[in-house]
Ligand binder design. Structure first.
Ligand code: ADP
Ligand code: MG
Length: 241
């Protein structure tokens, strides 16, 4: 794509994001300011007010936290890792939470190596976001299946399947829009952040869903050859955004 056009599109997205963040942070700040003003004028702040202030601060913290993941650290280190081990770590991290919600992890992992070039913490964050969404969609428990398979000899495909409430067809295109959420304590940033991270790894993230049946999230990433070079060199060898 024409470089100028690409850059201006990037700027528009950044602008939209900034506007969204500003809006989402201003709301809780307004509440906080109101309560402090009340305290100043009447000294009548009670426990309920303070609890609300704390939860508003938590909300700001959550939003800022999600954005910090996007902001790449000075030297984002892409390393050669086996995606099966990254998923293994994430599963043990979320195992107790899943157990509490009556959710059983089922895994079907490729036997062969699945080496990719990745920024491990960012990729972990993607799997955490997607698996947490799956857990949150299964109120009364169920099976959460995670598959890792080679795809067309030069990619690896991670599939996360839940038996949750599902997503109505007309809402699927909205996923990935910042702040799109139907949860009381949601930020609506998880999918957007995940999509961006997967893009910067030259991969794709796809969501299929059926209300009352469940949701499937498919993440495809380029495999590394044994010599550490990506198979799909036409994208530029190890040229990360
Ligand atoms: P959040 O989880 O904070 O709401 P996300 O970006 O992670 O934000 O998800 C956005 C929305 O997409 C969720 O509020 C939910 O409505 C929907 N969603 C995402 N994953 C699933 C899933 N596995 N099952 C059902 N709905 C989902
Ligand atoms: Mg989420």
């Amino acid at each position: 794509m024409d470089e100028l056009l690409r850059r201006s599109e990037k700027l528009t997205t950044v602008g939209q994001l900034a506007a969204g963040v500003a809006h989402e942070i201003r709301n809780p700040l307004t509440t906080l300011r109101g309560f402090l003003q009340l305290q100043l004028e009447t000294s009548k702040l009670n426990k309920m007010h303070v609890d609300l202030m704390l939860s508003e601060i938590d909300r700001i913290n959550l939003i800022v936290g999600e954005f910090l993941i996007l902001a790449k650290p000075q030297a984002a280190r892409f390393e050669e890792k086996d995606v099966r081990f990254i998923l293994g770590d994430v599963i043990s991290l979320l195992d107790s939470q899943a157990h509490l919600c009556n959710i059983e992890f089922l895994t079907a992992f490729e036997q062969a190596e699945c080496m990719i070039s990745c920024e491990e913490n960012q990729l972990k964050q993607v799997f955490i976001n997607v698996i947490k969404n799956a857990i949150e969609a299964m109120d009364s428990g169920g099976k959460l299946t995670i598959e890792v398979k080679h795809e067309a000899s030069n990619h690896v495909k991670v599939t996360i399947i839940d038996e949750g409430i599902g997503i109505p067809e007309e809402r699927i295109p909205m996923l990935g829009n910042p702040f799109y959420t139907d949860k009381d304590k949601g930020t609506g940033l998880g999918i957007m952040v995940s999509q961006r991270i997967i893009q910067s790894h030259q991969g794709t993230l796809e969501i299929k869903s059926k209300v009352g049946v469940g949701t499937i999230v498919m993440i495809t990433l380029p495999l590394l050859k044994p010599n550490g070079i990506m198979y799909n060199t036409y994208l530029g060898v190890n040229e990360h955004e």
